[in-house]
Design a protein around this ligand. Structure first.
Ligand code: ZN
Length: 245
C-alpha cells in the first residue's frame, strides 16, 4: 500500500479516536449530575420524614399541654365538690366534670394515636436512612468509576494527539491538505473503503476504471461522488483455492 494512503487511514483512525474520547468526556458532567441528583433525592426523603416527625412531636406536645390543663381543671373541680352548698351547684359541677373527663379521654386517645404513628415514623425513618446509605455507597462507587474513566480518557486523548502529531509530521503537505479539506466537508471522515465496486460511505458505484485504480492501493484516489479518499482491503488469501472471477 502507498505509504501516504496507509498514513491517511491511520490519521482517520486517530481522528475518530480523538472524537470518541472528547465526546465521552463531554458526557461525563451529565453522568456526574445524575449521580448527584440520585443522592439528593434520597437525602430529600430522609429530610422529609424528619420534618414530619418534628411536626408530629410539636403536635403531641400541644396535646400533652392541653391534657395537663384539662386534668388540672378536673382535680380543681374535685377539690371544690366538697365545698358546694346546694344540690343545684353540685349538679352543675358534676356536669362540668363530665365534660372535662370526656376531654381527658379524647386527649388520651389522641396521644395513643400519636404513639402508634411515632412507631411507624421511626420505621419509615430507618428505611429512608438505610436507602440513603445504600445509595451513598452506590453513588460513591459510580463516582470513582467516572473519575477513573475520565483519567483514562484524558490519558488516551494525550496519547492519540501525540501519535497524530507524529503522523502529520511524516505526511507530505499535499496529502495532509487533501485529507483536511475532505474531512472538513464530510463531517471529519475523509477516508472510505471501496468494496464490491462501491464507495462504502456514500454507496455510489465507482467507474470500473476508478475501482481498478483503487484496488491497487498505489496512490490517493477520491470517490467521484463524495470526494473521500478510497482504499481497498484485499480479500484474505484462501490457501491456493481458485478464486471466483
Ligand atoms: Zn463516496
Amino acid at each position: 500500500m502507498h505509504p501516504d494512503l496507509e498514513h491517511l487511514i491511520q490519521l482517520q483512525d486517530l481522528d475518530l479516536a480523538v472524537d470518541r474520547a472528547r465526546r465521552r468526556i463531554a458526557e461525563l458532567p451529565a453522568a456526574q449530575g445524575t449521580l448527584e441528583a440520585r443522592l439528593a433525592a434520597r437525602s430529600g426523603s430522609v429530610a422529609d420524614v424528619k420534618e414530619r416527625i418534628a411536626a408530629a412531636q410539636t403536635s403531641r406536645r400541644d396535646i400533652e399541654k392541653e391534657l395537663a390543663a384539662v386534668q388540672g381543671r378536673l382535680s380543681k373541680y374535685k377539690g371544690q365538690l366538697l365545698e358546694l352548698k346546694t344540690n343545684k351547684e353540685y349538679q352543675a359541677m358534676q356536669k362540668e366534670m363530665t365534660v372535662a373527663e370526656r376531654d381527658v379521654r379524647s386527649h388520651e386517645d389522641k396521644l395513643l394515636e400519636h404513639m402508634e404513628h411515632a412507631e411507624a415514623f421511626a420505621a419509615e425513618l430507618k428505611a429512608a436512612e438505610a436507602a440513603l446509605k445504600t445509595e451513598q455507597g452506590e453513588v460513591s462507587r459510580a463516582q470513582q468509576a467516572l473519575d477513573a474513566e475520565r483519567a483514562e480518557l484524558e490519558r488516551e486523548l494525550q496519547r492519540v494527539i501525540a501519535a497524530r502529531a507524529e503522523l502529520v509530521a511524516r505526511l507530505p503537505r499535499e496529502a495532509l491538505m487533501l485529507f483536511e479539506r475532505v474531512a472538513h466537508g464530510r463531517k471529519g471522515i475523509a477516508v472510505a473503503e471501496a468494496r464490491d465496486g462501491l464507495c462504502t460511505l456514500c454507496h455510489v458505484r465507482l467507474r470500473p476504471q476508478k475501482f481498478n485504480e483503487v484496488r491497487r492501493n498505489d496512490g490517493l484516489h477520491q470517490c467521484d461522488s463524495c470526494t473521500r479518499i478510497l482504499y481497498f482491503v484485499p480479500p484474505p488469501a484462501t490457501g491456493g483455492a481458485a478464486r471466483p472471477t
